[in-house]
Design a protein around this ligand. Structure first.
Ligand code: ZN
Length: 260
């Protein structure tokens, strides 16, 4: 039975709460694990924690392409090295940020039967485990960045071109993270373009309307108004809106055809 849960989106007090350890390895836990796995799969995510679906228990599920693994009461007992890489979060789907994480970690956790397991994780797996354990402590990925760094990354993201992101396309474990990033950038660009033509459309009809009103009172003006230039301006605006709209439409069709 599929039971995809709603994932908490954006800053919410529930994502800031700490989760309690699991003590009963019972049917309730099994149901929570099923829900988390279904939700992770439905969202094609790499990792998901229980607090993201509003359950404050120390449970996370992770899928980096080798099947879904569950970690219960996970604790990092040792970490080595530092790597800065892109990551994203199902609770903040619009953001992909470069965050520094240990290159290798050793983790103690319980499996779904309550047995203690010992995991050695590196690179992408280590990164995702750290990200999900953070959720259990009410910590979000951008908490690792200074306000300045966060701001400059967000700005940089909105100006990165497709060509630049594609040049990083060497096969690596972080490909999944990169494709999430590329999607986020594309979405941000589309939104910005849409916003600009929405504003332009508003300007255009407001200009047309004000010209109509002004024309009625033309006889009151001491000097002549350049109606032709104003009319040309609305034509130019409409042309620009059409051009940008074609660009948005063609990008959104490439989007869906590229989906794997
Ligand atoms: Zn997350």
């Amino acid at each position: 039975m599929m039971s995809v849960q709603q994932i908490l989106q954006g800053e919410s007090p529930e994502l800031r709460q700490s989760s309690s350890p699991v003590t009963e390895f019972d049917q309730e836990l099994d149901e929570l694990l099923e829900n988390l796995k279904d939700t992770l799969q439905a969202n094609r995510g790499l990792g998901l924690s229980a607090p993201q679906v509003g359950v404050h228990k120390q449970v996370v599920v992770i899928d980096i392409g080798q099947g879904i693994e569950a970690f219960i009461n996970p604790k990092i007992i040792a970490s080595f090295g530092q790597v800065s890489e892109y990551e994203s979060c199902l609770s903040f789907p619009d953001y992909t940020l470069k965050v520094s994480r240990p290159q290798r970690i050793t983790v103690d956790a319980h499996d779904d039967q309550g047995h203690l397991v010992h995991i050695d994780a590196t690179d992408l797996l280590a990164r995702i485990i750290c990200h999900e354990i953070d959720h259990l402590n009410g910590v979000l990925f951008f908490d690792h960045l200074s306000e300045e760094d966060l701001y400059s990354q967000l700005l940089e993201n909105s100006f990165v071109t497709d060509a630049e992101t594609e040049s990083h396309d060497a096969p690596s474990p972080s490909d999944a993270v990169r494709s999430v990033k590329q999607e986020a950038i594309q979405k941000a660009v589309q939104e910005e373009l849409q916003l600009s033509i929405d504003m332009l459309s508003e300007l255009s009809w407001k200009l047309v309307l004000s010209l109509e009103i002004l024309k009625d009172y033309e006889h009151l003006f001491s000097q002549t108004v350049d109606w032709d230039a104003l009319r040309k301006a609305t034509d130019t605006m409409d042309q620009t809106i059409a051009t940008v709209q074609v660009c948005i439409d063609s990008n959104s069709t490439t989007d869906s055809s590229e989906e794997r």
